[in-house]
Design a protein around this ligand. Structure first.
Ligand code: RIB
Length: 314
């Protein structure tokens, strides 16, 4: 199997995760939470770490603040064998943080305060040009400035990398700039934000997808949480049911999915095989608490996937 190189230009955050039982506090109210954890997160970093856990070589371009979290974040990338040469430290800024609230069903609500991530510029991406050119896929999200995202899309095109854009958190995008993307991976609300189509039914999802494809996006994959995912290519639509698991924390599952997807595609698997594997990898991550720390290594994943397939445990 080819060991793929995956590139990621995007965010990193410190996740401050509160687990709670019944409700979030109302304004002016103080209530007891159940548990608390600090972990490494950020959609970009999570996707990079998932790819690395599955065996990809990973190049990242990201930014941290000159606070106590910055060096920890850099060390964390090193721990996963990820090249840290293109991590910028922004003076006078805090690192990105994400207060996260997880309910009893494992569902999350997330605030992001991007801090240094908002200072990742096109010139930081240009500095990494040579390293990026070694990759086959580029992972992008929307937790950094849109100008940097658009610049990275253009650079990827020039360098011959296929771009996978996860438009999260949902933001309005300039159609012109996202033309010719290899794959756009929104969830339902993000699809609604990008296209302006109100999404309630599968027909609405298909309408949103068609709009994107008419504007030049090559393939669209809408993630549907526990309902799986819907893929649209030039050849039509395909459904991917989710793997059934006992979820305790869904934080970062979407990122696990994207890191895995890029890795499997980079290994030369088909889009369909890669999506199925990524659905399984994401499902496995929800059975544990935390973000990056819930991502399995390759061997453990293969064993779990094999058993799930054998037992048809979807
Ligand atoms: O997708 C999950 C991630 O979103 C968290 O790690 C948090 O940092 C936010 O970026």
């Amino acid at each position: 199997m080819v060991r793929p190189t995956i590139a990621m230009v995007g965010s990193n955050m410190m996740d401050l995760i509160t687990y709670y039982e019944d409700n979030l506090p109302r304004i002016g109210e103080t209530i007891f939470g159940k548990d608390f954890e600090i972990g490494f997160g950020g959609k970009g970093a999570n996707q990079a770490v998932a790819a690395s856990r599955l065996g990809a070589e990973v190049e990242v371009v990201t930014a941290v603040g000159d606070d106590l979290f910055g060096p920890l974040v850099i060390e964390n990338f090193r721990k996963y064998d990820i090249n840290t040469d293109f991590i910028k430290t922004v003076e006078g800024r805090s690192s990105g943080v994400a207060p996260i609230f997880v309910d009893q069903g494992g569902r999350n609500s997330i605030f992001i305060i991007p801090g240094a991530n908002s200072h990742l510029e096109a010139e930081d991406v240009t500095k990494a040009r040579n390293s990026l050119s070694r990759a086959s896929f580029l992972l992008l999200q929307l937790e950094i400035q849109l100008e940097t995202v658009y610049f990275s899309i253009d650079l990827a095109r020039e360098l011959g990398l296929k771009v996978i854009l996860n438009p999260a958190p949902g933001r309005k995008l300039e159609w012109e700039k996202i033309r010719n993307l290899f794959l756009l991976v929104p969830n339902e609300t993000e699809l609604e934000t990008i296209t302006g189509v109100t999404v309630r039914t599968t027909e609405d999802i298909k309408k949103g997808i068609s709009l994107l494809m008419e504007r030049g996006v090559e393939n669209v994959l809408v993630t549907l949480g526990e309902k799986g995912a819907l893929l649209a290519t030039g050849g039509g639509f395909a459904d991917f049911p989710a793997y059934r698991v006992e979820a305790v924390d869904t934080t970062g599952a979407g990122d696990a999915f994207l890191g895995a997807l890029a890795t499997f595609l980079g290994e030369g698997k088909t889009l369909e095989e890669s999506i199925d594997g990524a659905c399984a990898y994401a499902a496995l991550s929800t059975t544990r608490r935390g973000t990056q720390k819930s991502f399995a290594g390759r061997e453990e994943f293969e064993e779990w996937y094999f058993q799930k397939k054998a037992g048809k445990g979807r």
